[in-house]
Write a protein that binds this ligand. Sequence first.
Ligand code: FAD
Length: 317
Amino acid sequence: MKVTEHINKAKGETLFSFEIIPPVKGKSIQELYDNIDPLMEFKPPFIDVTTSREEYVYIDRDGLFDKKLTRMRPGTLGICASIKHKYDVDAIPHVLCGGFTKEETEYLLVDCHYLGIDNVMALRGDAMREEKYFEPTKGGHHYASDLVKQIQQLNCGNYLHEVIESDNCADFCIGVAGYPEKHMEAPSLRNDLKRLKQKVELGADYVVTQMFFDNKKYFEFVDAARDMGIDVPIIPGIKPIAVKRHLQLLPQVFRVDIPEALIEAVEACKSNKEVRQVGIEYCIEQSKELKAAGVPVLHYYSMGKSDNIKAIAEAVF
Ligand code: FAD
């Protein structure tokens, strides 16, 4: 079922969902299940599965190093299929511009269609670790809006190199990313919102936000988006702080601010166990306020471990 249908069916009640990351190559999928299992009692209608960018590795061949491109966390689509099969919930693969040609994207979408996947999250992807800026892959898309266009075209039977009239066309519900504190490369929040509007005009059905720690920023973002005519659901994505290092890491990687009160509470902790508890309590308050404001879904970035998300969900749902 489409995310938008889940939201309509809930009739104003806030739904619970979360995002998971595929395991590193060579690890068992069981660890993933062990972290999903405890969250299933909160009845997530959908679970997102991220896709990682490829990266360079250096292989020592008797002192000479071979530079090879590899993906450390492959398996997004396989995990989506297994989640759908095991838990009978909708699984949403993240589809990236970076690292994929348009043809590879088309084949991926065809696989999604055959697997009965109804939703895809269309993203540009970050720059590779070795790059300062995002470089489009040769034969691939530059912006998420181009990817949205391709998916929407496929929904109409327009493949890249042929138009196929069929009564079995894909009908993907398309999610895209939004940034309450603006995307790091955007010259202004308003300009970034214009780009978001473009994605919606091209066919995006809903937005999931980057994490934020100050609900005011989300509320202002939604107001600004509505003023601009963006009328699709805007799902808040949130994450509990779990270790002290997050105070530096999250602003650096995601360009988000952390409120003073949360910084002080984390800095006062004597161990990461205490930090985890502070993160849980803060996220519970954040979630309760968002839920009271009537957000359609509370979407949690689980980053692999679910004990803190379970504690939050128990207090909120
Ligand atoms: P875009 O919408 O393409 O925007 C990128 C930048 O370009 C923005 O600054 C925008 O303002 C600007 N822009 C857009 N269109 C134009 C244009 N026509 N001309 C000039 N400028 C333009 N990354 C992963 O690698 N894997 C994941 O699984 C993943 N999941 C994510 C899930 C969510 C909910 C979010 C919020 C992010 C996720 N990301 C993921 C990170 C994402 O890929 C990065 O934030 C990336 O840098 C931007 O992606 P985007 O889809 O927002 O890009």
